[in-house]
Design a protein around this ligand. Structure first.
Ligand code: SF4
Ligand code: SF4
Length: 306
């Protein structure tokens, strides 16, 4: 979204400093809202909606009723001392969150300009210089805000930072092309090899993801394949073989990262009022080590566990 001439603005749901798992060195990771995928194991469900939204934590509620007094639509109430919230007809005016004294109601997402994000990012410039770190733009799927993501990466490049983009590969070539020259490293998520399972679990065609990965590789982009391991979903021999085959086929692959599923996303989904019934377990450290060893044994030289 463009607010004033030359000022590109976007919706950011988090800015995390001192990250050490989102690319080389010490980094600041900027999380943009909006994602076209529906992965039931998502650990950042607050990145799904492209809009600002309301999160509610019952553990923080002190039963003060300020939200009920603030809401113009009477969607909050205390029943026998227990807070009730009718989320379905919420108009996202956020008057309740602004009135809530305890942080139980929280606005997820803030509109920011590229300049404002860069001001925050550059606070840690000295750490980037000493560690060869920089900025990572993540999400959600950051290319759901193509103009903002591209402008942010180009601004970071102009400031002399190392730049990384974490992507699910779910975007058009045009959106990929707009960020290639400003991105030093693509952290490319690879979730599922079987096309039918991919479509069923993520709602997105496997072929389009592969097409974008090959496009980036053909452009000479440096690529890290980031592979979430989810027992009960993709911890299968055929998927590991798929990762190995894909890794071997890429000209500009730097590393494969094996990442364990974390159930943290379930409580976040509950806070956002979303269905939290999908049940997966986190893989053990030994299972992740076995996956990494299997990939090394199948000729993938650089495999890390994140
Ligand atoms: S965001 Fe606005 S409409 Fe929604 S519950 Fe809060 S005060 Fe009511
Ligand atoms: S304003 Fe916040 S703390 Fe008070 S009842 Fe509402 S949610 Fe609970």
């Amino acid at each position: 979204m463009t607010d004033a001439p030359g000022e590109v603005r976007g919706i950011v749901f988090d800015i995390q400093r001192m990250c050490i798992h989102d690319g080389p060195g010490i980094r600041t990771t900027v999380f943009l809202k909006g994602c076209p995928l529906e992965c039931p194991w998502c650990h950042n469900p607050e990145g799904r909606s492209p809009h600002r939204e309301l999160a509610y934590s019952s553990a923080l509620c002190i039963g003060c009723n300020a939200c009920a007094r603030a809401c113009p639509n009477r969607l909050h109430a205390l029943e026998n001392g227990i807070h009730r919230f009718q989320r379905d007809t919420c108009r996202a005016c956020f008057a309740c969150a602004e009135a809530c004294p305890s942080g139980a109601l929280e606005i997820v997402g803030r509109e920011m300009s590229v300049e404002a994000v860069m001001q925050e990012v550059l606070r840690d410039h000295v750490f980037y210089e000493t560690s060869n770190g920089g900025i990572t733009v993540s999400g959600g799927e950051p290319l759901e805000q193509p103009e903002f993501a591209a402008s942010l990466l180009h601004a970071a490049k102009a400031a002399g930072l190392h730049t990384a983009l974490e992507t699910s590969g779910c975007a058009t070539h045009e959106r990929m092309a707009a960020v290639v020259s400003a991105t030093d490293l693509f952290l490319f998520d690879y979730k599922e090899t079987d096309p039918e399972r991919h479509l069923r679990t993520t709602g997105y065609a496997h072929a389009r993801v592969i097409d974008n990965l090959r496009y980036l590789d053909a452009q000479g982009a440096a690529i890290v394949l980031r592979c979430p391991i989810i027992p009960g979903a993709n911890l299968r021999d055929d998927h590991l073989e798929g990762i190995a085959d894909l890794a071997h086929s890429l000209q500009h692959l730097q590393e494969v990262h094996v990442m364990g599923y974390h159930p943290l996303g379930q409580s976040k989904r509950q806070r956002l009022g979303a269905d939290a019934t999908a049940t997966y377990r986190a893989p053990s450290r030994d299972e992740l080590k076995q996956v990494a060893q299997w990939l090394r044994a199948h000729g993938i030289e650089h495999v890390n566990i994140d």
